[in-house]
Design a protein around this ligand. Structure first.
Ligand SMILES: Nc1nc2c(ncn2[C@@H]2O[C@H](COP(=O)(O)OP(=O)(O)OP(=O)(O)O)[C@@H](O)[C@H]2O)c(=O)[nH]1
Length: 365
């Protein structure tokens, strides 16, 4: 039963290929739903009109039903992300024509004009506030003209003047409310997107050094790794660790330790090229990603960093703190996974530590 429902829903809805639920996918699903509901209702009304021998009305309604079905076909056959704008325009155009027709004929017992309130919310939601206002504006002018021109000479149905005026005033009120609602929705959406971007950035930043954190760097490495494989470019990693950092904390205090990490972060940033990326990998460890860099250039850069740190004066509260770093360098090979490359860089770092610290060790091939 469940799988039947799943197949049915999949058949009825456009394929968004696991796209995340967002404003666009939400719109696509609603346009599709609107198409189905519109096609269903107008089909029933069309068949009903055939039974009542009103063949002109039946023809119109069946045509509308077919047009709404095309909304689904457009979304299903073509890429919905490209065609949903056309589907929305189709829905709106057909809706406008249907509303004008209902105002013209009066529908059942002159209640046809009551359906025009559908237009403002649908127009605003499907096409946005500005375009929605244009559609509603043009529609209002057309209907206003039809209702007021020579005391209803353009209408098949006849309405009292009070009804016509109140219909237009209340329609404009609904249009204004729909536009305000759409405007607030857009403002809230933008605010939400800004917050989301901010959280995403924060989730990838290290609060102490303001560098990328391990999570942000992992993403950067994965991205670069796939790029370098695809275009057959070199890529290297340098893992760098402060020597005897525990002593810094013990001797000068934890705040001095924090100062060293921050200062070191800015020294590393100064030495690197714009395309390189540096992150705080954890504690007193920094991971550096070097795109388009082979092992000997990565080693050269690592050596330059080591020297630069050695020559930099780290001074906190008037006290000079001796700081040096050890670095493990590894160039990514095509047959290695990202985890392998990181493991290799880590292995070389510990070889640098074992061989006395303040050293660079590179994987040679
Ligand atoms: N001040 C400060 N200390 C940190 C931070 N993160 C980690 N540490 C300290 O860094 C020290 C790391 O010490 P160890 O792992 O023993 O390494 P080490 O003393 O640098 O020795 P080697 O790496 O072998 O040269 C620990 O004392 C941690 O408490 C931080 O954000 N701020």
């Amino acid at each position: 039963m469940r799988s039947f429902w799943g197949v049915f829903v999949r058949w009825m809805t456009p394929d968004l290929q696991d796209r995340e639920v967002d404003e666009v996918s939400n719109k696509i699903y609603l346009i599709n739903l609107f198409g189905w509901v519109g096609a269903g209702i107008t089909l029933v009304l069309g068949v009903n009109a055939i039974f009542h021998q009103n063949l002109f009305l039946a023809g119109c309604l069946l045509l509308v039903s077919f047009a709404y079905l095309m909304v689904y076909v457009l979304l299903k056959v073509f890429n919905p992300e490209n065609t949903y704008v056309y589907s929305a325009s189709l829905i709106l155009s057909v809706l406008c024509i249907l509303m004008v027709y209902l105002v013209y004929t009066g529908g059942v017992a002159n209640t046809g004009p009551l359906w025009i309130y559908l237009l403002p919310p649908v127009a605003m939601f499907f096409t946005g506030m500005k375009r929605g206002l244009v559609v509603v504006g043009v529609f209002t002018v057309v209907v206003w003209f039809m209702l007021l021109y020579r005391d209803g000479a353009l209408l098949k149905a006849s309405y009292p003047v009070e009804f016509k005026l109140r219909l237009l005033y209340s329609f404009l009120t609904v249009a204004f409310l729909s536009a305000s609602y759409e405007f607030s929705r857009q403002v809230a959406l933008r605010h939400f997107q800004r917050l989301n971007d901010q959280f995403q950035r924060q989730a990838q930043k290290d609060f102490l050094t303001d560098l990328l954190n391990r999570r942000g760097m992992m993403e950067a490495i994965e991205r670069e790794y796939h790029r370098s494989r695809r275009f057959d470019h070199d890529m290297s990693l340098v893992l760098c660790d402060v020597d005897y950092f525990k002593r810094v904390n013990d001797q000068y205090g934890h705040e001095a330790g924090d100062y060293v990490l921050k200062r070191l972060a800015s020294v590393l940033l100064e030495e690197l090229r714009g395309q390189d990326q540096v992150s705080r990998w954890g504690g007193e460890e920094f991971m550096i990603l070097l795109p388009e860099t082979d092992a000997s250039n990565a080693e050269y850069l690592a050596e330059r960093l080591r020297l630069r740190v050695q020559q930099t004066i780290f001074e906190y509260n008037g006290q000079r703190i001796p700081v040096s770093i050890s670095l493990g360098v590894c160039k990514a090979d095509t047959n290695e996974s990202v985890a392998d490359v990181i493991r290799e860089a880590d292995k070389h770092l510990y070889m640098a530590k074992d061989s006395g610290r303040n050293k660079v060790v590179t994987k040679r091939r």
